[in-house]
Design a protein around this ligand. Sequence first.
Ligand SMILES: Nc1ncnc2c1ncn2[C@@H]1O[C@H](COP(=O)(O)OP(=O)(O)OP(=O)(O)O)[C@@H](O)[C@H]1O
Length: 477
Amino acid sequence: MYSDKAVIDVKNLSKRYDIYDHPRDRLRQLVIPRLHGLAGRLKLAKPENPPTYHREFWALRDISFQVKPGETLGIIGRNGSGKSTLLQILAGTLSPTSGDVKVDGRIAALLELGSGFNPEFSGRDNVFLNARILGLSQRQIEERYDRIVEFADIGDFIEQPVKSYSSGMFVRLAFAVQAHIDASIVIIDEALAVGDVFFRQKCYARLEALRDSGAAILLVSHAMTDIEQFCDRAILLDHGEALFVGESTEAAKRYYQLHQPKLAERIGAAPVDASITRPVTLPSATRADFWPEDTAFVNAESVNQVGNGSARCTRYGVFDTSGNRCASFAQGETAVFCYEFLLSDPIAIPLAGVVLQNERGINVHGKGSLEYSTKTPQHLPAGTLVRCRQSVELKLELGEYSFELGLATIDAKTYHEMANFNHERIFSHISRVCHLPKAGVIAVGWRRVHDGAPLTHHGVADLPGAFEYAFDAVATE
Ligand SMILES: Nc1ncnc2c1ncn2[C@@H]1O[C@H](COP(=O)(O)OP(=O)(O)OP(=O)(O)O)[C@@H](O)[C@H]1O
């Protein structure tokens, strides 16, 4: 067990920048208030408020949080929300305007990696120089040198001046040094986004080892999957304020909500469509064979629903392909998710779907009407009951999986022009309407052996593929 004493304790931290519209205003601000003060003291002018030549900008306002040993805190927020400012203050390279910041322990700051390197020196010399600056003794560096070089994996370049390195090599070496200085606090600003996938995996493994040995880790990232998988808690910054400090999955959800314009604006802007007057129904061919008995459903009012108030999930359930309620499947069997939402406001194109998460909280499958390109009306009026039936072949590792259900909406224009946009652009146009983050759990177990091998595959996922043999008789003599 680690100590319960926080290694980072931030109380009411604020940071103000003074913004000058013209460079000359900086000089004015320096000189004129002083002249004013002097004139006042000499009674040459009335004492009054001296003029100001700048605007105040608060990059951080009243931020408070703690981080304990062995804990990983994510820092998230849109561009310009104050993340780097916060990290720089924690790393000691920027001073706060007000508030208290207590940092207890050696910090490895993976912010501007390699900024302490001398380009003329070799990689080897820079390792010694940098590690000395970061607090290791000569002997400690000598003991760790081989591990650092192995981690950086830049081959013979270690003997070359770092000015001849590619930017990737530079960062690998800098990361390797930082990862071996026995820091009790590690601060990372998306530094892991560099390097190839193998290096990133190595970085994460090293960070996990540091965390397991009791280091506190602060990670700034725009990748919510990294935040959810790697962080226990996260702080969501917006315009310098902490909107939320708590469980990382909840913080990630709120981060996505920040990206969504108000639903009413979208609907108001969208063209009116004739289909708005018709309640949506599922095609009869599918409806006949699947919608289970009323009594087979879970009453969704009993579970936590997060949403913008435009819809509620009324009921849902997981079924086998015969329509029987089921929570335990053999690997490769099909689970059928039936769920419905009642709209209290109109929405544009509905996007419903299911997400499965494994025991480590990793999203192993998330898919819905968007990915299936399911036909829908352009608008759904208030009062519509949106019924969804989604089948998922559970070609997954054995284990328990929690599932989430959700309904979102996207405007018709973006939906129909999706081919012209990238992933981020499309997602910025999706508004969450109702989401059940902890709807339930299903289990995936061994297959019955008469179906074939006891496992459909090894590992997390069963990827589509094929296997062929060819046998030739070969003379052995
Ligand atoms: N030296 C400075 N002078 C004036 N304003 C600054 C200064 N440094 C940062 N800011 C402003 O403070 C706000 C917060 O900046 P910060 O770099 O901390 O944001 P961020 O969340 O890290 O953004 P990003 O995700 O784009 O890196 C921004 O609006 C930025 O323009």
